[in-house]
Design a protein around this ligand. Sequence first.
Ligand code: S3P
Length: 455
Amino acid sequence: MHILVIVLSLINFLMANSIKIKKKINKFNKIITVSGDKSLSIRWLLFSSLANGKSKAKNLLLSQDVIATLNAIQTLGIKAKIYKNECVVYGRGFNGYKYRKNIVIDAKNSGTLGRLILGLLINSPNRIKLIGDKSLSNRDFNRIVDPLSKFGAKFKFNKTKNLPLSILGSENLKPINYLENRGSAQCKSSIIFAGMRTNGTTIIKAKKSRNHTELLCKHLSLPIKIKKGKNYDLIKIKKVKKINKINYNIPSDISSAAFFMVLTALSKNSELVIKNVNINPTRIGIITILKIMGIKIKIKDKKIYKGEKIANIQIKSSKTIKPINCPAKLNSGAIDEFLIIFLVAAKANGISYFKNLEELNQKESPRLFWGAKILKKMGVKTITTKNSIKIFGNPDLEINKKIVIKSFLKDHRVFMTSVIAALSFGGKWVIHDKDSIKTSFPNFLQILSEMKKNN
Ligand code: S3P
């Protein structure tokens, strides 16, 4: 072995559900592929469940959120199976859901499943109960209940307007005019789904957010019209009669690629190519932000696949990292990547500022809070308000102490960010709830251990 011998020691210890990291990663030069895009995997399953006939997907993300979606459509009477390397959904048409009374759908940890599926259940003749795990049960569902009630659906709650809840649809749905002001793709998509089931034209003025639902509607030639504005899009959707089956080869998830992009940027003399990544312009906030911070990133071999942009991402380590005053208009395109971006700011040669981040505390855990907490444990000075953070970067940051990360509501992105921090800055880390990666990126640790081989 020619360069330094062992790169990282990811050792299962005590309870198998924690990992211990004692060493930084050594330099690497690799080509990797990360798993399928979560947003697209969930949407493909939902659209296929409404299609006529057999839809097939390759490279579907086999994570807990996606399996929960598969189970949800099965509960609604749709046959769906995972074979060796493809998933098949046997759709029965746009009105093909068939289910008993009193069914329960468990969205587990997935805000996307929980929120999108309510839109599709807007005409349900029976009450359907929606439940989720501890994290999802703490998240805001009023953002969905409010517009769907305007269509004519009825909701019941236990106490607050969170999960568990139950929805009773209506046969007399009225199209709505709605202003979606948070930049939430989940909210926008749920309303689009409800609009697809409603006579007349539903009109949504939606603050910019990821647009996979709209692209799939267009690809399937559904009656959708989109007028793009500077900060908002105007979307008009009419009642859908039929959806054709849809075969899809799911590209890789930029939100998973992000961890390895940052690991490369923060490591010495390293280079990485991540293949076949979905670089939809509404998702590439991390690329824009890292480039502003002086990181060398190249987008190669671009192609368009069913309306989505796909490319290989090449990234190199950076000797100097510039601080950023991050423009708020980049927030929505990087909303799942801020925790990992904060690590880059920790090594910048100055103070970085991220603002208008109220949505970050609406995620699987309050992530602005957790971002600040991890940085504090690393010895990085921050000033936080309820929607902003100032990070005082230190280009010579080295950690020489023990750091324990626990009680973070099993948020997968908190876990993976902590692992990347340990491998980039050193120190002796104990990170709990390893299982949380099953939510979005089950082979995260496996890819990391492949990256240490033969460096
Ligand atoms: C998602 C939208 C985003 C994102 C989530 C996935 C989607 O949430 O954070 O991980 O697939 O629509 P919001 O729509 O609530 O911003």
